[in-house]
Design a protein around this ligand. Structure first.
Ligand SMILES: [Zn+2]
Length: 231
């Protein structure tokens, strides 16, 4: 084959793969009667796929607890082996795992890393200074110094605090703040403003997904999806 023809074949292959993927992601809904259960009830199931997630419900019975011996008569097109196939698909869907991180974060990051998160609050010395300032008992040149300090203390102790460790060290040395709370936490459960090594909300280097911003589910196997679509 000429190079030109090979190029065309490769382009077609890519287009075909894209088309297949698009078809796989088409939403569907199936309402199926599998057969008749003991006591004259029908075993009906509903399968819904919205393009990313599949939900399988059986109307009156929890599908988990149904055994082929509960089925006294199969509907057309159904048999014990097909029932087992459905049960396998059901279990596959049920056991899909959800993750807070993308595939790269799960591979490349240390998701079990523990860090010590410290929170600080005003020291008595800072509190007194603040009171003197608000009561007007502070000489002007000291008041100017206090204003600079006020911003620094707020940066470390307020709700919108930062994890500026240099500033923390400086304020501790000056006796302006004191330790309020110390806890050992997972880095993935900690925001970067709480600790420089916090990973919560930090974007992936590869795909830019911010850690913990959604739940990412394991992909549904093509085989399972094709089986459910064919019901
Ligand atoms: Zn990623």
């Amino acid at each position: 084959m000429s190079d030109n023809l090979l190029d065309k074949v490769n382009t077609l292959k890519i287009q075909l793969a894209e088309l297949k993927n698009e078809l796989m992601r088409q939403p569907f809904e199936r309402k199926v009667c599998i057969g008749e259960l003991k006591y004259g009830r029908n075993l009906d199931i509903v399968v819904k796929y919205d393009g990313s997630e599949v939900v399988i419900n059986s109307e009156r019975n929890s599908f988990d607890y149904i055994h082929p011996s509960d089925i006294i008569r199969y509907a057309d097109g159904w048999s014990e082996s097909r029932f087992y196939e459905l049960q396998e698909a059901y279990n596959t869907v049920k056991n899909l795992k959800f993750h807070a991180g993308c595939i790269h974060q799960r591979q490349n990051w240390d998701l079990k890393k523990m860090i010590i998160v410290r929170r600080y609050t005003w020291s008595q010395k800072y509190y007194n200074m603040r009171k003197d300032a608000s009561d007007g008992r502070m000489p002007l040149h000291e008041y100017e110094k206090f204003q600079g300090m006020y911003e620094k203390v707020a940066e470390i102790t307020s709700k919108h605090r930062t994890s500026n460790t240099v500033l923390v060290d400086e304020l501790l040395r000056l006796g302006m703040i004191k330790l309020k709370k110390e806890e050992t936490r997972l880095a993935v459960n900690t925001w970067p403003h709480e600790h420089p090594e916090g990973l919560l909300g930090v974007p992936c280097e590869v795909c830019n997904y911010p850690y913990g911003s959604a739940w990412i589910n394991d992909p549904l196997p093509e085989k399972t999806l094709a089986f459910l679509r064919g019901l």
